[in-house]
Design a protein around this ligand. Structure first.
Ligand SMILES: [Zn+2]
Length: 312
């Protein structure tokens, strides 16, 4: 059994302007580092199908879907971006890229549940975990991991899933989408106080949010994960585990001020693998969220993928 790696050129065409940290170069850095580490040969490379608008509607309002679609398609044949908020823009290719990103998360869920692959990583952009049911925000257009989790519940009939979010920012969109849904347990840690300035008071009782101060390192995070995430995950007994895999808590990442290193992402992924092995027949779908230092991002994704592919 193998680990699937989902990628598509369309995701590099979504561009929010020169100097924007959420850049197409992020995906290239990941691909380059996979090749440099020679694990690319061991992965099952898969293209990303396009999600359908009816898939997006499982999570997002019709007005939100139309907002992204209309502003992106209005730029067809033109350069430049339309700002949806101060951080988040669309260009002519954003609609297509967003459908690919969501489509990858859905296809990965299908492939893992069909037993075609052991688990999957989706190298997607735009990222998703800040996107709420009603609005894009924080570099995110549609919430890829939420779409995948709801697809597993509603199209595949799973009864319990978990979402693990180790991005340095709180996944406010994912929390909002699943608040009070007992089928979904969300566990996360995030730098606090920090964007998006919420999460300390969970919206529902199905969320384990761990705010951590700036400059926290891997030892702090490992202790909190051991004490708070793992008991909750094991009590929930998820039939599938979804990962919002942001790598911006890396100490070389200037977006935030936390101190994780590749070994911490290895450790985190091992904990996720153990929970999935215990309860979920190993089923994991992981989707890229943040990570803005290109070198640290590439190395951290390799660390994550090596554990997923059981190479380390
Ligand atoms: Zn982030």
């Amino acid at each position: 059994m193998t680990t699937a790696f989902y990628t598509h050129h369309d995701c590099k065409l979504h561009d929010m302007g020169a100097g924007h940290p959420e850049s197409p170069a992020r995906l290239q850095a990941i691909e380059d580092q996979l090749i440099a580490s020679r694990i690319d040969q061991l992965l099952d490379y898969r293209g990303m199908p396009l999600a359908q608008e009816s898939d997006l509607a499982r999570v997002h309002s019709a007005a939100m879907i139309a907002l992204v679609k209309e502003h992106s398609l209005a730029l067809a044949g033109k350069a430049g971006c339309y700002p949806l908020d101060p951080d988040t823009s669309v260009n002519a290719y954003s609609w297509q890229a967003a459908l690919r990103a969501a489509g990858a998360a859905l296809a990965a869920t299908d492939a893992v549940l069909a037993g075609e692959v052991s688990n999957a990583f989706c190298a997607v952009r735009p990222p998703g975990h800040h996107a709420t049911s009603r609005t894009p925000m924080g570099f995110c257009l549609f919430n890829n991991i939420a779409l995948a989790a709801r697809h597993a519940l509603e199209a595949h009939g799973l009864e319990r899933v978990a979402i693990v979010d180790f991005d340095v920012h709180h996944g406010n969109g994912t929390e909002e989408i699943f608040a009070h849904d007992p089928r979904v347990l969300m566990v996360s840690f995030f730098q606090h106080p920090f964007y998006p300035h919420c999460g300390t008071e969970p919206e529902g009782d199905n969320t384990v949010n761990i705010p951590v101060p700036a400059y926290s390192d891997g030892a702090v995070v490992r202790k909190l994960v051991t004490e708070q995430w793992l008991p909750a995950l094991n009590a929930h007994r998820p039939q599938m585990v979804f990962v919002s895999a942001g790598f911006d808590a890396h100490r070389e990442d200037d977006m935030a001020q936390m101190g994780l290193v590749e070994a911490d992402y290895t450790w985190l992924t091992r904990q996720i693998m153990a929970v999935a092995a215990e309860h979920a027949e190993g089923r994991i779908v992981s989707c890229l969220e943040g990570g803005y230092n290109l070198s640290a991002l590439g190395r951290s994704v390799v660390a994550h993928m090596k554990v997923l592919a059981e190479l380390e």
